[in-house]
Design a protein around this ligand. Structure first.
Ligand SMILES: *Cc1c(COP(=O)(O)O)cnc(C)c1O
Length: 406
């Protein structure tokens, strides 16, 4: 593979993972094949023995998938990457590989809902305990570490409260105790944040979100720093089978080419919209990493290159107001997921974070009135006009018992 390490991130987005192909193809062909023919018995045996590099079977490795993996490894500043069938497949592959019965995990309390659920159900069933902490204060992580803590798992900004955890500080604390630091970097993408360069050991992404960016793929990826870890994860993925397929890998690789410019636009739009929302009389509170009012604004500046495309708000009038707003938007679409070119709006307590239960939600600061918005790359004035008309509907239609106090 060509070495693009000397180039700027924007250039890397376009060229990383791209090799020389048959017929001079400029983009990686989709090797839509489950298996690969051996030249003869000797060749097959040497591939299986690992004496020669080549492809055997798509669950084990596929050239289209490998091209996408190489691109993401380059963008994150990692050694290699592993494509998974979803973000959750990446997360479960990480836990299954690194943990065994009797081990302990320290995890941010504000993480993707199903991550909490997997730790509290599947992992617990296999004898792995988790302590959830507000990791925006690194000291909480230090206090939660036990002699059997093997993994410190953080998501920053966290979902959906957008709490920011200090990756560098937490990595230092975890490493004093020989724990592995895993960062879910989905909300930032490598365009805005590179956890491996800040001291983390492993990065994962839901490719479904910003990396693919077009709301037409479900996928995940794990990025590692060394060959030994790569081989461990490759073994788990090969045995349990949660790999991405060639066509989805091709689409993700295509999406990556515009990652730098998409993230720039997501940030610009979200910053303008957050500033507009912050001044709106119906918005009781707002969380956006680009606002000085964000409680971890300074930690953010230390570790990310931009505040991203995600905003969380709480309306005066609480849940009832939020419902009217979500039912009144026209351009924004009421849907879970995030990070696509189109703007989406959703309600974590009844949707993405329903599975974690009310008690865990409250501990993580996910109130019933919280509304999460994913800002797309549409024209910002069009987006603001849509939010404005929806908030006007809230004012007109809110039942009297839900005082707006404005
Ligand atoms: C969506 C998401 C996941 C899970 O990814 P899937 O591709 O839906 O399995 C994990 N973490 C974060 C932060 C997410 O937004």
């Amino acid at each position: 593979m060509k070495n693009h390490s000397k180039f700027d991130f924007q250039t890397k987005c376009v060229h990383s993972g791209i090799d020389e192909y048959e017929y001079g193809a400029v983009v990686p062909p989709i090797y839509q094949t489950s298996t690969f023919k051996f030249k003869n018995v000797k060749h097959g045996a040497s591939l299986f023995a690992g004496e020669e590099k080549g492809y055997i079977y798509t669950r084990m490795l596929n050239p289209t998938v490998e091209a996408m993996e190489n691109a993401i490894a380059a963008l994150e500043g990692g050694h290699k990457a592993l494509g998974c069938s979803s973000g959750m497949a990446a997360i479960s592959t990480i836990f299954i590989t690194l943990l065994q019965s009797g081990d302990h995990v320290v995890c941010s309390s504000a993480v993707y809902g199903p991550t909490t659920t997997v730790l509290n159900t599947v992992m617990k069933k296999y004898g792995i305990e988790t302590t959830f902490v507000d990791s925006s204060d690194s000291e909480n992580v230090r206090k939660a570490i036990q002699p059997n803590t093997k993994v410190v798992y953080i998501e920053t900004p966290g979902n959906p409260t957008l709490c920011i955890s200090d990756i560098e500080e937490i990595s230092k604390i975890a490493h004093e105790h020989k724990a592995t630091v895993v960062v879910d970097n989905t909300f930032m993408s490598p365009a805005l944040q590179n956890p491996l360069l800040l001291g983390a050991d492993i990065v994962m992404h839901s490719l479904t979100k910003f990396l693919n960016g077009h709301a037409d793929v479900v996928g995940g990826v794990i990025v590692v720093k060394d060959e030994e870890t790569y081989q461990q994860f490759r073994k788990t993925l090969n045995q349990l089978g949660g790999v991405i397929d060639p066509f989805n890998a091709f689409l993700v690789h295509r999406g990556l080419k515009t990652l730098a410019i998409r993230m720039e636009k997501h940030c610009q739009n979200a910053q303008k919209i957050a500033e507009w929302l912050e001044k709106h009389p119906l918005v009781k509170s707002i969380r956006y990493p680009g606002l000085k009012s964000h409680p971890h604004y300074k930690t953010g500046l230390k570790q990310h290159k931009g505040p991203g495309g995600m905003i969380s708000i709480e309306l005066a009038g609480g849940m009832e107001a939020g419902k009217i707003m979500m039912d009144s938007v026209r351009l924004f679409q009421l849907a879970v997921s995030l990070g696509g070119v189109e703007s989406l709006i959703q309600h974590p307590a009844s949707m993405t974070h329903f599975s974690m239960g009310k008690e865990a939600r409250e501990a993580a600061g996910i109130t019933d009135g919280l509304v999460r918005i994913s800002i797309g790359i549409e024209n910002v004035e069009d987006l603001i006009a849509d939010l404005e008309q929806a908030l006007n509907k809230v004012k007109e239609n809110i039942p009297k018992e839900f005082e707006l106090h404005v």
